[in-house]
Design a protein around this ligand. Structure first.
Ligand code: PLP
Length: 337
């Protein structure tokens, strides 16, 4: 069934369709499954990444509502925060980023480079918070001041993951399906954090009636929690579109690549980051796409993904985050596992 999103407010921010690359050297290095990489990391604005697709709908709705101030949340090295800051700069909106120290990382690179550097460069107002209580207080303060100054705010959830943001990846599923033409794909592999990206793909696959599997690689929450988040978001998106998604039998979650926790590097992640870099010149990030790639590599080695399959690896971006982890990357290169 064709997917019609024309009634939804939307503002173009990226370049579409993003490239789909046939990665022959990576395929050869993995000894089998043909790997196609969907390059949502190079979609244009603000150093690229998956949030642009969500922001086209989220900011489209905010502008339709008359908002002039966008507030959103994330970790210190939030890619969502950075892309929101860039999109706000492009649209002339005030951007308030409430960033919480949620990852046990520190040092000059983590605290001031990567996404943080770009947030400031794009002119965002950054509020650094130590914990949940500070985050709530910062948010309430921003809303109070905006009201006193006569500004209208729109608040976007963590990762841009609500039904409106999910539309970005419903649209991506349709884009990828059309781009593939006659090429048969067995499964799509994608990182799962706040779950909006996977939910959009899952909903899009369901609405298209596309017989492809969706393998979500959890990078923060256990598989059961991530699956519940995806199912809830798919339900809310179906309700928004007035078209329920009949089933999610194509969805599988794998949380084996998380390691000690969200944002904490693992040797398998660094190995996957190096593999993509050295076979294809493709840069992954340590928090999301690197761990999703580690899950892909592990599944190929375990035989869970067959050597005769064709896989689309959804590259969701995150390059600036790599610079925040520069000391850890250097250390891992000195002592590769
Ligand atoms: C680079 C990157 N990949 C993947 C994700 C996960 O996307 P989602 O939060 O929609 O699950 C994020 C989320 O921040 C991200 O920044």
């Amino acid at each position: 069934m064709p997917i019609d999103l024309d009634d939804q407010p939307r503002i173009t921010l990226g370049h579409w369709p993003t490239p789909l690359e046939d990665c022959r050297r990576l395929t050869e290095a993995l000894g089998g499954p043909r790997i196609l990489v969907k390059r949502d990391d190079v979609n244009g604005l603000g150093a690229g990444g998956n949030k642009l697709r969500k922001l086209e709908f989220l900011l489209g709705a905010a502008l339709a509502d008359g908002a002039d101030t966008i507030i959103t949340f994330g970790a210190v090295q939030s890619n969502h925060g950075r892309q929101t800051a860039a999109a706000c700069a492009r649209l002339g909106l005030r951007c308030e980023l409430v960033l919480t120290k949620a990852v046990p990382m520190s040092g000059d690179a983590y605290d001031s480079s990567g996404n943080m550097l770009l947030d400031l460069l794009y002119g965002a107002h950054v509020h650094l918070c130590a914990d949940e209580a500070e985050t709530v207080a910062a948010y309430e303060g921003i809303v109070r001041i905006a009201a006193a100054e006569g500004r209208k705010t729109a608040t976007l959830p963590v990762g841009g993951s609500n039904a409106v943001g999910v539309l970005g990846y419903v649209s991506a599923a349709a884009e990828l399906y059309a781009q593939l033409g006659d090429t048969h794909v067995d499964r799509i592999v994608v990182a799962v954090g706040s779950a909006g990206t996977a939910a959009g793909l899952a909903a899009g696959i369901g609405l298209l009636g596309w017989p492809v599997r969706l393998d979500g690689a959890c990078i923060s929450h256990p598989a059961g929690e991530s699956e519940a988040d995806i199912r809830r978001l798919v339900g809310e998106t179906g309700a928004l579109l007035g078209t329920p998604v009949a089933n999610l039998d194509h969805l599988r979650l794998d949380d084996s690549a998380i390691g000690p926790g969200y944002g904490v590097p693992t040797p398998q992640m660094w190995e996957a980051v190096r593999l993509f870099a050295r076979t294809e010149g493709i840069t992954l990030d340590p928090v999301y796409s690197g761990k999703a790639a580690a899950a892909l590599v592990a599944a190929v080695r375990a035989g869970t993904i067959g050597a005769d399959e064709t896989i689309v690896f959804m590259h969701t971006g995150g390059l600036p985050g790599l610079f925040a982890y520069a000391p850890e990357l250097v250390r891992s290169s000195e002592n590769p596992e």
